[in-house]
Design a protein around this ligand. Structure first.
Ligand code: PAF
Length: 326
């Protein structure tokens, strides 16, 4: 537990919901993100905080802590469940450790475009998966965008799966991603993103995979030379609230936060797309070499991963997988 978290826990004991006798409740809440201020995840968090502040006329104050100041994605999810932090927005991949159905979204090469992703996440299927969170002590408010994931490494240009042989690649803490990269011939090493820069710098790992926006915001270009446009998975982040916190809110405050979440989602996805469009060129300017992956090679990777996909279709549930791929 970080010192900041300990201090906040003490401070939080009496400040989360401060009720004036006959007045509407004053509320303070913390929103932790794992990425820096300029990344769309944190931009979305700040927009949500601003909208909630405006809609409540300053009565509800959400403070945003970026760059994993409140802990890793897994630690923040645990804090939300325990009621010691109020909001965060992890990848569906780390949420899948709590609700297995979230794992379906990360299956390789499942989405063709952001537009298609929006339709799935905002449609009945995405909403049905979101509705599974309360049984794990969380409330799902919206899906945000992390984006299409691409592969980077410090060793050599990668243009086909076989080039990955033996590379140590950091993955998210999710078994499907571990199997995915082992299935492509690399050696997967799971770790939280806040430990990743150091691991790449010391060459404890050779490679990682993330959208351009994350590679840029985390300055991975300082420690990774080669960028391969694998687009191997589309990643969404889920805006979640602590159920312990949520259950103490009035219906009006819940509605206000749901409305703020809807508005912040439009802003967050657009920010992600705008920044993603610029980030690739920015990475080249910083000295990264881009290696294009052909459609034929992507098809080859997909074939290599057939058994991984089959395994996780069973794990997430045949019905869920069938509905997702329909
Ligand atoms: O690689 C990860 O861990 C995720 O993509 C990140 C950066 C935390 C965003 O959810």
């Amino acid at each position: 537990m970080t010192m900041l978290r300990s201090a906040l826990l003490v401070a939080a004991a009496g400040t989360c919901l401060v009720a004036g006798a006959a007045m509407a409740q004053e509320i303070k809440a913390r929103f932790g993100t794992s990425l820096p201020d300029e990344h769309p995840q944190t931009l979305g968090a700040r927009k949500f905080a601003e909208l909630v502040g405006a809609k409540s006329k300053g009565r509800i104050k959400i403070t945003v802590y970026s760059s994993a100041q409140l802990g890793s994605d897994q630690q923040m999810q645990a804090a939300l469940r325990g009621g010691t932090q109020e909001f965060t927005a992890p990848s569906t991949a780390t949420l899948a450790n709590l609700v297995k159905e979230f794992g379906v979204f990360g299956l390789p090469f499942s989405f063709a475009s952001e537009k298609q992703a929006d339709a799935v996440f905002d449609g009945p299927f995405g909403q049905r998966i979101l509705a599974k969170l309360p049984e794990r002590g969380l409330i799902g408010l919206a899906y945000w965008e992390n984006g299409f994931r691409n592969f980077t490494n410090s060793r050599r240009p990668i243009v086909k799966a076989e080039d990955m042989a033996g590379l140590k690649v950091r993955t998210m803490q999710n078994n499907m991603y571990i199997d995915l990269f082992n299935g492509l011939g690399a050696n997967a090493v799971p770790m939280p993103v806040n430990e990743l820069f150091g691991a790449l710098e010391t060459r404890a790992v050779d490679a990682q995979e993330n959208p351009f926006t994350v590679v840029y915001a985390q300055k991975f270009y300082e420690v990774q030379k080669y960028l391969s446009t694998t687009y191997h998975a589309y990643d969404a982040q889920v805006l979640i609230a602590s159920k312990k916190f949520w259950d103490r809110l009035s219906d009006a405050d819940k509605a206000l936060m749901q409305e703020a979440a809807r508005e912040a989602t439009l802003y967050q996805r657009q920010a992600s797309r705008d920044l993603n469009a610029k980030a690739r060129d920015a990475l080249v300017k910083e000295g990264m070499q881009v290696n294009e992956i052909s459609d034929a090679e992507r098809q080859h990777m997909r074939e290599k991963l057939q058994s991984v996909v089959a395994k996780y279709q069973k794990i997430v549930g045949e019905e869920t997988a069938k509905e997702f791929f329909a």
